[in-house]
Design a protein around this ligand. Sequence first.
Ligand code: C2E
Ligand code: MG
Ligand code: MG
Ligand code: MG
Length: 288
Amino acid sequence: AAKAAGRGRHRFFEPAMEEQLRVQQTLKADLGRAMQNSEFELAFQPIIDLGSNQVRSFEALLRWRHPGQGCISPETFIALAEETGLIIPLGEWVLHRACAAAAIWRKGIRVAVNLSSGQFQSSDLPEAVADALAKTGLAPDMLELEITESVLLQHSETNLQTLKRLRELGVRIALDDFGTGYSSLSYLQRFPFNRIKVDRSFVMELPGHEESEVIVRAITDLGRSLGMAVTAEGVETRQQLDALRARGCDEAQGYFFSKPIAVEEIDGCLTRLEAARVWWSEPGSRRT
Ligand code: C2E
Ligand code: MG
Ligand code: MG
Ligand code: MG
């Protein structure tokens, strides 16, 4: 019976894989038309300074509204866009749109833009960044570029050169999803990032989970000694926020404050966060 069940599972598994491949192929083809059809949008999520309790920046997060399949996650389509090469024009579109938005929203609030591996390796990246700044009139230090550890996996001189060229433009650079990759420590020593973002997987387990507590504390200590701000991503509860504050985290981002929102909602979001500031800034008050 076990054997029959095993065979059954096997037969079931193959069509499922085929189906998945077929879906990927279709998405890849649709991706080509998605830009002309204006199916991409940016959502923005606030990042809060835990010292002043004010919004410090918004992270731009890409959304694909597929006509047949609804909203598709960047986790799925960024990889496909890398394979087709679309990532280059798409990445430039993101940079331009994000800078344009930040150029007109409340002064002093930065915008953070994610870069994929293909974008980062492209020799035209610094030019594309300079172009977006020039065309939108955004001050360079109002733009922060987020790169994940995995992008920097190879310790190449080219990577360091790219980071330096970007820095020379006056933009800021953050290391995203910190703690999930492998190459980070030596990079931190060799390149002065402005910010480290603690991955959500650690934040999720605060407070109380021993290993995550240790890791978060180690990262905040590291950030402090290297002069880099530390931001926690994926903060969903008051308890997580209090734990992060107690461990010396500088900034926080997550559903606790706001989900990623449309650009039209930014003003309202700032007003709402300002009004809510009092109760989350005091460790004593508990309203969640
Ligand atoms: P990321 O840069 O680490 O962005 C954080 C992700 O966590 C976002 O997912 C955000 O919506 C989600 N998030 C924020 N707060 C919370 C929370 O409290 N709880 C939970 N469960 N999730 C939260 P999203 O928007 O799906 O983006 C996923 C990843 O896709 C990003 O991770 C980034 O690596 C990549 N990505 C997004 N936009 C772009 C883009 O414009 N260009 C490139 N190259 N990559 C992008
Ligand atoms: Mg990011
Ligand atoms: Mg991240
Ligand atoms: Mg992440």
